[in-house]
Design a protein around this ligand. Structure first.
Ligand SMILES: CC(C)(COP(=O)(O)OP(=O)(O)OC[C@H]1O[C@@H](n2cnc3c(N)ncnc32)[C@H](O)[C@@H]1OP(=O)(O)O)[C@@H](O)C(=O)NCCC(=O)NCCS
Length: 111
């Protein structure tokens, strides 16, 4: 969580994608959000960099996430922190009558 003057202004969630032993080297960002009143001040980047450090500390070699193709701000944030696009599920979600891509991204954390 990110706090400012004792108030929560953002959070990031990190989890294992599955419980499979063969999947133990991977962690997933499973939620990242910053209060709209505190966006564009570096909070999202700080949370994401903390999640990368924590995933590495837990022994992960890969950190993955999914982001909607209609979210250019998040895509820019992830790319700026080293994530690369590994795949796109075209039209995966139907949102407000429009089919939206699900973009699969990952960063390699080293062995
Ligand atoms: C995406 C989100 C977490 C970014 O948080 P933030 O605190 O505003 O991000 P930062 O201030 O750390 O921005 C870091 C960089 O990300 C990019 N970025 C962030 N928001 C952006 C936007 N709205 N438009 C374009 N680029 C953006 C920029 O490159 C920015 O660097 P800069 O400010 O030096 O240009 C925030 O907008 C949010 O909570 N959005 C709603 C929830 C969401 O979409 N979560 C991600 C789901 S996958």
């Amino acid at each position: 969580m990110a706090e400012l003057d004792g108030a929560v202004v953002g959070y990031v969630k990190l989890r294992r994608p599955t419980d499979l032993p063969s999947h133990r080297h991977v962690r997933q960002v499973n939620g990242l959000a910053v209060d709209p009143a505190f966006q564009r001040r570096g909070v999202g980047r700080a949370l994401l960099l903390a999640a990368i450090d924590e995933a590495r500390r837990r022994g992960a070699h890969r950190l993955t996430l999914q982001v909607l193709g209609t979210n250019p701000g998040a895509l820019a944030l992830y790319t700026g922190c080293g994530f690369e696009v590994e795949g796109v599920r075209r039209g995966e979600f139907l949102l407000d009558g429009e089919y939206v891509d699900d973009v699969l991204m990952a960063v390699h954390l080293g062995e």
